[in-house]
Design a protein around this ligand. Structure first.
Ligand SMILES: *Cc1c(COP(=O)(O)O)cnc(C)c1O
Length: 387
């Protein structure tokens, strides 16, 4: 018995060794603080939970959902994009319900890239773009994200021979793991680039609602004509503390939406309709929950940034996301850094190279843990460094 060869193309999972070390420490009775996981610690807003409960009592919602998402959900997403970004979307052809954006991101790659096609992926990045391109038999081509260029890719540096085979360009701003944001001007450049080179521009907007110090992230679809070349993934997971609910939407270019919808109709049957009802509630009154979470993450960001700076780690406070992207201490590698904090302070941080080769030299701290545990974790890290 053996699994399919295509699984052999997946790179080794770098978190695995850390997980093993962390559970060893827990077994020894150590109090491990996990600053590695990007999963909101606060509950889903109560009105959203109530909307789910009410919808769960309605037997009409117990049957198969609409493949493409309930028309009311698609309408709510379109109305929200109009309000929030000034972007007009046709709910019937330019919005598709997803079982979380990870699902949609993975399947869009299968729906768009053939074996041998190039998929342009940022490095460091959320691993799904790269691993799904590999599984689909396509070739991921890494676009380095460097601090000198604000962690934006240098599109002009992509060799013509690569570009001629490229089919998709993945962008993720606000960015996990670096916390970087994209300007409107960069999006204009990316849309023009995608048009020039016949690329589907795929924007992963998982953190578009997170913003501090007055910052509000744009949608790539705000660029005039963007819908001709771009799709965007909007997720309710992070802004509404709904990671467990699995609800998101793909919006934008109708050819891509249609391709993704066709593939998905052969794979799944859409998100639970009651969950879509809850998502409609979230999108109808987003301001309260979103600003409460932004206030919370901003406070944690400020606390963590000042403690890290006291340790001699020159971290830049991000304008969005709930991550801090921190240079390794003492010239260590990312693996050495993660291992040091785990062994010496029982604190889990994510090594930057887990997100790609260009994440080497960095580690990531997540702010999705109580203020008290975050402070305790950082104080232990400072003590271990002797700072
Ligand atoms: C969390 C995350 C996602 C996945 O979100 P879901 O909608 O819960 O699947 C996608 N992209 C990035 C960059 C993320 O950090």
């Amino acid at each position: 018995m053996r699994a399919a060869h295509r699984l052999d193309t997946l790179p080794p999972y770098l978190f695995k060794e850390l997980d093993r070390l962390a559970s060893d420490l827990r077994r020894q009775g150590k109090d491990v603080i996990n600053l590695g996981i990007g999963d909101p610690d606060r509950p889903t807003p109560e009105p959203v939970v109530e909307a789910l409960v009410a919808a769960a009592h309605n037997p009409a919602n117990h049957r198969y959902p609409d493949y493409a998402g309930h028309p009311d959900f698609r309408q709510a997403v379109a109305a929200y994009y109009a309000r929030r970004f000034g972007v007009e979307l046709d709910p019937a052809t330019e919005v598709l319900g997803l079982i979380g954006s990870k699902e949609g991101i993975a399947h869009l790659i299968w729906a768009w890239a053939d074996p041998g096609d190039v998929v342009l992926v940022p490095d460091p990045a959320y691993p799904v773009y790269r691993t799904q391109a590999l599984l689909a038999g396509a070739e991921p081509y890494d676009l380095p994200l460097r601090p000198e260029t604000g962690f934006l890719p240098d599109l002009a540096a992509i060799p013509p021979a690569v570009l001629s085979r490229a089919r998709m360009l993945w962008l993720n701003y606000p960015n996990n793991p670096t916390g970087a944001v994209a300007t409107r001007a960069f999006y204009e450049e990316a849309v023009a680039f995608a048009r020039r080179h016949d690329l589907l521009l795929c924007s992963d907007a998982a953190y578009v609602e997170t913003g501090f110090d007055g910052y509000r992230a744009p949608s790539v679809l705000e660029v005039p004509g963007a819908k001709e070349v771009a799709v965007e993934f909007y997720s309710l997971s992070k802004p509404f503390n709904m990671t467990g609910w699995r609800i998101a939407a793909a919006v934008g270019n109708r050819t891509a939406i249609d391709a993704l919808g066709t593939l998905k109709s052969h794979l799944d049957s859409g998100p639970f309709t009651a969950v879509q009802r809850a998502a409609i509630q979230a999108l109808s009154e987003p301001e309260g929950p979103v600003s409460a979470m932004n206030d919370l993450y901003r406070r944690r960001r400020d606390m963590a940034v000042s403690l890290l700076r006291e340790m001699g780690l020159p971290v830049t406070p991000p304008l969005s996301t709930f991550y801090l992207w921190v240079p390794n201490p003492r010239g260590w590698s990312s693996a050495e850094t993660a291992r040091f904090f785990l062994e010496r302070s029982a604190v889990v941080v994510t090594p930057g190279n887990a997100y790609g080769a260009h994440g080497e030299g960095w580690f990531r701290i997540s702010l999705t843990i109580s203020d008290e545990r975050l402070r305790q974790g950082l104080e232990r890290m400072a003590a271990a460094l002797g700072a």
